[in-house]
Design a protein around this ligand. Structure first.
Ligand code: LMR
Length: 329
């Protein structure tokens, strides 16, 4: 729905972008919630560096890591109002803006990160990237983190071990539904509040996050047990405000797109390695027992969470779910 206020806002954004070109650099604020030494944290810094090298007199990227500017919910609001220009939220934060993006939260959908890449590079991936345009949110790229692992203050080996536990999830109905299938209690909570939640016992654990996030947030220091469950994927979409982006001078936007393509390749090549390093660091820190699952145990978790796929099938779209499953072959 276009409003007069929207049209005026657009004109101001456009005026701001082109007017600034002659004198001051265009400032692009990039807010995120994770540490610098994670796939997204490194990606944001590389983007900042390449933009400085190639567009230094025209564009300046300011990076705000570790929820230092906004948590993800406030960040998304700020993107819509023009107070921040770049975000790379986990897609679990975007369900409110697009039913199809919830695909990425389905349990055990992708066998590994290569399958995720294959899906994202295909037509389904393109469809999801473009699915939030009604909200003026433009998807620029997919950045990898990795597979999700369970943690708790007790061993989680069989699905019944999670019964009654309060487990943190991102603000995603699909992720919450998976926890309910385990007869556990989902607690939607901002990323920056999880450590304290674990420390004070507000939550008993969390329903899946990556090795690199768990280690850099020190969750392992307040969780006695960790399960190598690979029960889902945590992947990012680099997003911007469509009006802001389309209002940039053409040459600037073209160079930014080139830089983003380069950074995306680098992030996606390095993500596995960063997660592997974090896994080793958790193992050697001795804070937390890491449990590997047998194929039968993995199947039990997969079967326990599987009803969620049909529960959300119509909302997400059967074709997209089929395409994602086919990317495993
Ligand atoms: C989370 O909230 O657990 C993640 O989405 C944080 C992130 O950006 O990786």
């Amino acid at each position: 729905r276009k409003t007069l206020a929207g049209a005026i806002g657009f004109a101001i954004l456009l005026g701001g972008a082109t007017g600034a070109q002659a004198q001051d650099p265009i400032v692009i604020k990039f807010s995120h919630v994770v540490a610098n030494d994670t796939p997204k944290g490194e990606g944001a810094q590389m983007l900042q560096k390449l933009v400085k090298e190639r567009l230094g007199d025209k564009v300046k990227i300011e990076v705000y890591p570790n929820s230092s500017l906004y948590d993800d919910t406030k960040g998304l609001n700020a993107l819509l109002t023009g107070d921040v220009q770049l975000l790379a939220p986990s897609m679990a934060k975007l369900g409110e803006y697009s039913p199809s993006v919830q695909l990425m939260d389905l349990p055990f959908l992708f066998d590994d990160m290569n399958a995720v890449t294959r899906f994202e590079q295909g037509p389904g991936g393109k469809q999801i990237l473009e699915s939030m345009q009604d909200h003026d949110i433009l998807g620029l790229a997919y950045w990898h983190n990795g597979m999700r692992q369970l943690t708790a203050d007790k061993p989680l080996i069989e699905p019944r071990d999670a019964r009654g536990l309060k487990l943190r999830v991102e603000p995603s109905d699909v992720l919450a539904a998976q926890i309910k299938e385990l007869h556990a209690i989902p607690r939607k909570m901002a990323f920056g509040e999880v450590y304290q939640g674990m420390q004070t016992g507000v939550i008993d654990g969390q329903g899946g996050n990556t090795w690199s996030n768990i280690y850099t947030q020190k969750w392992n220091e307040v969780q006695s047990d960790m399960t190598e469950s690979n029960n889902g994927v945590l992947d990012y979409m680099l997003i911007t405000n469509a009006k802001f982006w389309n209002g940039l001078p053409d040459d600037v936007r073209t160079t930014l797109n080139e830089i983003i393509a380069e950074v995306t390749t680098s992030v996606n090549e390095k993500a596995d390695q960063l997660n592997e390093e974090a896994k080793q660091s958790i193992a050697s820190s001795g804070t937390t027992k890491i449990h590997e699952l047998t194929p039968e145990q993995v199947k039990a978790w997969r079967d326990a969470m599987a009803p969620v796929i049909d529960e959300f099938r119509d909302e997400i779209g059967s074709d997209l779910i089929d395409a994602a499953q086919q990317s495993n072959n």
